[in-house]
Design a protein around this ligand. Structure first.
Ligand code: ATP
Length: 265
């Protein structure tokens, strides 16, 4: 009996415009994943090599999953999402089989993206642990087995790039490495603006002010401030016509900030 969740092929519905900031990450992903698929001849003519895989690293809640989904939906690629820890199984050989199965499905669904979230669970450096090493080896083998033309791109994400085995980052594997950082002032403003489009907000609320007082928040925390403020508004008055500035300020003041300085080095 397997405890592993089955991996399904998705077509996410995230647009580039749903994501605040991160312009450089968006551009680089388009260049290295969308272009090789859409402009194969130009790549060949100019002698540009398409990357097999991309590693996204950075603090939690800062849009790694979101950009991977937008890349799939905007480029018309099938999307297979796998969380590293979900592939781990205590039965001998099961995890390896699960890794192979993910790649088999991705090839069948190509052009496609395999999104490995929390890749560190599978890809941390070799250790005494034989079963861990077995999983890592099958991951490396599968990545080597993707021929450029099969149209499968691996996008992996981690908050802990330092623990990954160097072999994962060799050419032909995760050979593009992109830092996805915490949102800066302008990006936090963008995220508030995007969230507010789907909300009723008290007239006069200034997103610049909100962006300023949410220094150090992740994108996920900015999103949760909006949610939390909306719930406070309902708690106060079930017929509330909008979320007031006071609710937003209160949520911004009390949200727990999870990003620590060592995550953004
Ligand atoms: P983790 O490392 O914890 O897996 P992550 O970097 O993959 O996190 P996401 O899952 O992409 O983070 O982001 C979490 C949520 O935060 C998103 O679903 C979205 O609501 C919000 N969010 C984060 N960054 C942005 C952004 N730049 N623009 C809009 N929303 C954002």
């Amino acid at each position: 009996p397997s405890t592993m969740r089955e991996v399904f092929i998705e077509t996410p519905n995230v647009k580039w415009s749903d994501i605040g900031g991160q312009e450089e990450v968006k551009q680089k992903l388009r260049e290295c994943v969308e272009w090789p698929l859409k402009h194969r001849d130009t790549f060949r003519r100019l002698g540009v090599e398409a990357p097999r895989g991309v590693l996204l690293y950075g603090p939690p809640g800062c849009s790694k999953t979101l950009v991977a989904k937008a890349l799939a939906s905007e480029s018309g690629l099938n999307f297979l999402a796998v969380k590293g820890p979900e592939l781990l199984n205590k039965y001998v050989g099961e995890s390896e089989r699960a890794v192979r199965e993910v790649f088999r499905k991705a090839r069948a669904a190509s052009p496609s993206i395999i999104f490995f979230d929390e890749i560190d669970a599978l890809g941390s450096a070799r250790s005494e642990d034989a079963s861990h090493n077995g999983v890592l080896t099958s991951l490396l083998n599968e990545m080597d087995g993707i021929e450029e033309l099969t149209g499968v791109t691996v996008v992996a994400a981690t908050n802990r790039p330092d623990v990954l085995d160097d072999a994962l980052m060799r050419p032909g594997r995760l050979d593009r490495i992109l830092f996805v950082g915490a949102p800066d002032l302008a990006t936090r403003k963008d995220i508030f603006t995007i969230r507010f489009k789907g909300m009723a907000i008290e007239p006069g609320v200034d997103v610049d002010d909100l962006a300023r007082i949410t220094e150090g928040c992740s994108g996920a925390e900015v999103a949760s401030i909006c949610q939390d403020a909306a719930l406070s508004a309902m708690n106060e008055d079930l017929e509330s016509p909008f979320v007031r500035l006071a609710h937003l300020l209160h949520s911004a003041r009390t949200v727990r900030r999870r990003i620590t300085p060592e995550m953004i080095r």
